[in-house]
Design a protein around this ligand. Structure first.
Ligand code: ZN
Ligand code: ZN
Length: 347
């Protein structure tokens, strides 16, 4: 994620954006409808250092996989791609639904263009173990990384280790319920198949975290097993009951990122766990038929599970292989501060 603007510059541009008289002079015809309900950072991500909305928007969209095939500078075209990929009305404009989604925290994994619902990474990587039921071990570092020094020392506060472990236990169990895979926690971090940890800033994998809100975390496609969460978030267990407007639901993000660890990319179904966005103080942990069909296509069904047991309608009809921008398929899940959850990983 790009460096944040100095606060004075940020509020200056925010002020400009909220003034209708200035709107037309500093934006393009496809931009309209911004209102004060959109978190500030959602506007900030659309600005470059010179306050250019178009370039800022392009940079933001490019980070999540939206690049023009023709490089004709048509931001409206990119907006249409964004809208069609994520199930929004395709207007080519930054209308209210689009701004709302841009302002919503999301996963850092790129939104690869697909007309399908659920999707996979290039090559459909999966855990290749013996057919039938198999086991994956996981380990969690429940302590925050060392505080960072700088203009002000940053300290990270995480939920109690017991609560973190319980949240991940429930998240893994949701996936285990639908596929013939068991997940067992181990304390041997280096030997675990899936390695979960909280990290801050540049932590050595080329996908630095960006502080509160913004990118929430990321995970890598099989067989990497790396699942990283941004330690700077205000993580909460049961964020829907939390008074903090920036509280991010740990269990929801964990469930989403585990989907990436298993080989699922982002879904275009807004209700799906694998949809890239997640609003703060929102709990979204129940797998939808779309999520289930996607992961079962990789691993088969748990014989004890019936898709008919899901309450929501099945909106999934087809799967597609998405084009990832690199080879690694790292999945970043990060919740943008009160505003934008940026899912950013891949490679
Ligand atoms: Zn994601
Ligand atoms: Zn990482």
């Amino acid at each position: 994620m790009s460096p944040s603007l100095p606060s004075s510059l940020f509020f200056f541009f925010l002020h400009l954006l909220l003034l209708p008289s200035c709107f037309s002079c500093c934006t393009h015809h496809w931009l309209y409808g911004a209102n004060s309900s959109h978190p500030n950072t959602s506007i900030a991500i659309l600005l470059d250092q010179g306050g250019n909305v178009t370039d800022g928007l392009k940079r933001y969209l490019a980070r999540f996989g939206y690049r023009s095939d023709h490089d004709d500078g048509d931001a409206g075209h990119l907006v249409k791609l964004y809208q069609s990929t994520l199930g929004l009305p395709v207007t080519g404009r930054l209308d209210t639904p689009t701004l709302d989604l841009l302002a919503t925290p999301r996963c850092g994994v790129p939104d690869l263009r697909t007309s399908a619902r659920f999707a996979y990474f290039d090559g459909q990587p999966r855990w290749a173990r013996a057919p039938g039921h198999f086991l994956l071990t996981y380990a969690i570092i429940t302590t925050p990384p060392p505080s960072t020094a700088g203009a002000g020392t940053t300290t990270y506060q995480l939920p109690p280790p017991k609560a973190v472990r319980a949240a991940f236990r429930r998240a893994f169990a949701r996936w285990a319920r639908v596929i013939p895979v068991r997940f067992v926690e181990t304390r041997n971090y280096n030997m675990a198949d899936v390695r979960v940890g909280f990290f801050a800033g540049d932590h050595g994998d080329g996908e630095p975290f960006d502080g509160p809100l913004g990118v929430l975390g990321h995970a890598f496609s099989p067989p990497s097993g790396q699942l990283h969460l941004d330690a700077a978030e205000r993580w909460a267990v049961g964020a829907d009951r939390d008074d903090d407007p920036g509280a991010v639901d740990l269990e929801s993000v964990a469930t989403h990122e585990i989907g990436h660890v298993l080989g699922l990319a982002h879904s275009s179904v807004p209700d799906a766990v694998m949809y890239p966005s997640l609003k703060p103080r929102t709990r979204k942990v129940d797998l939808t038929a779309d999520d289930v069909r996607g992961v079962q296509a990789l691993y088969g069904s748990n014989p004890l599970f019936s898709l008919s047991s899901l309450s929501e309608p099945d909106t999934s009809h087809a799967a597609a292989t998405i084009r990832s921008p690199g080879t690694l398929a790292a999945v970043l899940l990060s919740l943008v501060a009160i505003t934008v959850l940026i899912c950013s990983s891949y490679r």
